[in-house]
Design a protein around this ligand. Structure first.
Ligand code: FAD
Length: 509
């Protein structure tokens, strides 16, 4: 039995929602991976009378496609979609059976009008929590448009392909055989990359808001919900939805939920947000903020929105180390997310740069997969919590090197190693590694506010206890501010605080 009782039970509950019959076409040979896939498909079919199975020849062996009875969908899984891809499997089955995908009607039309032919392939690892979003978005596109097909490829099974393509980060998407994208993407972002832009007609004509929230993470959610609950006309502008929690694996400190995972929390947050009357404008980056009679927000697209108050919640992003080779080898051995890309370095030598909590956690995580991990810290000691430090020093396959400033990342097609300055000996040392995980903290997303709001030396927006900034009517919350601790629950609290302050400001002005 491949499916354990828990998974079987969950699956059979979901499969009861199937509306019509589906046909799974399976392509297998006489090898262990094929035997596993045959067994998996058989177990699936045993769970619902609506699932039929037929053997066929597909491009990859083993793989299976999920189809309507009289029409192929183009959705193929080259690998067994369990782990983080379990939801992708369930959705593919339900949606193929007729259950409508939960996307805006305008997107459905846009996808149906794509000319193609577009053959997408997404290389994933089953432990990657960013991969399912891409797989599910491309499956929906494949289902809605016969000129589009999509195959999820499990890199652990198709190792030779992964090696040949030098794939060192997942999800890695190929379009018609050429690299298309790397990293998490939403459906709208995929469409934008195909040059199918969101329809912004009408944005300029929007009535001014009472509160306009800028950002896509936890802080903007609580801001927007608190503002909407006060009956304020609330707008929300986000470049990407989810924020940093999309890069977070296990979350154990979001009080009231003992354990959750970033994408699950992000999905719950979106659902909560959708239950309020909030005007959400997605995939839009803000360029400038100007105070006139109202506050004017100019988007990168050129459109201008107006609001009586604004809450900035633009958060933070991974800090780059800015040495030669970093940009060149991104996704070719230079990585930032150990949970996503760690499995691609199984049995290999890796380095982690950064001796704070995230660096040490990454080293501990990778030590379970890689043959050896070198943890490099620029200063003379690690700064991670004591408990993490003692764990890292107790691991036989982790070497900690302090006083080591990385000066270069080198390689040819992919990373071959790095050079660091041994600050004690004052000499450059070369270290041969296959992968380099950069974990040196975060940078606030506030460059666009440099000439507008008071920022501190780290570029963080200076706020008072009300979340008020240096411009009356402009408030800020979360990781983009100078609040000392950057956490989900703190950002959410700060977002609520800023919304209540905006409300207070509106009744006084
Ligand atoms: C790997 C990792 C693990 C973590 N683990 C935990 C944990 O276990 N527990 C915990 O409490 N915290 C954790 N954190 C911290 C937590 O995720 C952050 O504190 C929290 O997400 C901050 O929320 P935020 O809304 O302020 O900003 P963010 O989450 O950074 O969101 C900011 C959003 O604004 C958008 N944006 C940026 N610029 C613009 C612009 N110009 N225009 C429009 N939109 C823009 C971005 O695209 C993004 O969606 C972790 C962080 C990381 C990176």
């Amino acid at each position: 039995m491949l499916l354990d009782n828990d998974v079987r039970e969950k699956l059979s509950q979901y499969l009861q929602l199937m509306e019509n019959d589906v046909l799974i076409k399976v392509s297998v040979a006489d090898d262990p991976a094929s035997h596993q896939m045959s067994e998996f498909v058989r177990e699936l079919a045993d769970l619902s009378a609506k699932i039929h199975v037929k053997e066929t020849a597909l491009a990859r062996v083993p793989s299976f496609s999920i189809n309507k009875v009289n029409q192929d969908t183009g959705i193929t899984f080259a690998g067994i979609p369990l782990g983080h891809e379990f939801t992708s499997l369930v959705l593919a089955l339900l949606q193929t059976s007729g259950y409508p995908p939960k996307i805006d009607a305008s997107l459905v039309d846009q996808i149906k009008n794509i000319k193609g032919p577009f053959n997408f392939e997404t290389y994933v690892s089953l432990t990657c929590h960013n991969c399912p979003d891409v797989v599910q978005a491309l499956n929906i596109m494949s289902l809605l448009n016969p000129n589009i097909s999509h195959t999820m490829v499990d890199g652990a099974i198709f190792k030779e392909e992964v090696e040949a393509k030098n794939i060192l980060a997942v999800p890695s998407v190929y379009l018609n055989g050429e690299p298309f994208s790397s990293g998490r993407m939403e459906l709208e972002e995929i469409l934008a990359k195909l040059d199918i832009k969101p329809d912004l007609t009408g944005v300029e004509a929007k009535e001014p808001y009472d509160v306009l929230v800028i950002g896509g993470g936890p802080a903007r959610t609580s801001s927007a919900i608190y503002a909407a609950r006060k009956g304020l006309r609330t707008g929300l502008l986000a470049e990407k939805l989810g924020g940093q929690i999309n890069d977070t694996f296990g979350i154990e400190n979001f009080i009231s939920i003992k354990y959750t995972e970033g994408p699950t929390l992000a999905a719950n947050i979106e659902e909560h947000l959708r239950s309020y009357d909030i005007d959400v404008i997605k995939l839009q980056k803000v360029k400038t903020l100007k105070k006139a009679d109202l506050i004017e927000i100019e988007l990168v697209s050129g459109a201008i929105l107006r609001s009586k108050t604004v809450i900035v919640a633009t958060g933070a992003r991974w800090r780059n180390i800015n040495v030669p080779g970093e940009a060149e080898f991104k996704a070719k051995g230079v990585a930032y997310c150990p949970h996503c890309d760690g499995p691609l370095f199984k049995g290999k030598n890796v380095a982690v740069i950064g001796g704070g909590n995230s660096g040490v956690e990454a080293a501990l995580d990778l030590a379970g997969l890689a043959s050896h991990v070198t943890l490099l810290q620029a200063s003379d000691k690690l700064t991670a919590d004591e408990i993490l430090q003692s764990r890292v020093y107790s691991k036989e396959n982790i070497t900690v090197i302090t006083n080591a400033k990385t000066t270069e990342i080198f390689g040819s097609e992919k990373v071959q190693g790095l050079t660091y300055l041994d600050c004690l000996q004052n000499e450059q040392v070369k270290l041969a590694v296959d992968g380099i995980f950069i974990q040196i903290g975060l940078l606030p997303n506030t460059e666009w506010l440099q000439d507008t709001l008071d920022l501190n030396a780290f570029g963080e927006i200076v706020v008072d206890k009300y979340g008020a900034t240096s411009i009356p009517g402009v408030f800020a919350a979360g990781d983009c501010t100078d609040c000392p601790y950057k956490q989900i629950i703190i950002s959410m609290g700060a977002g609520a605080n800023a919304a209540l302050s905006a409300f207070d400001y509106l009744i006084r002005n």
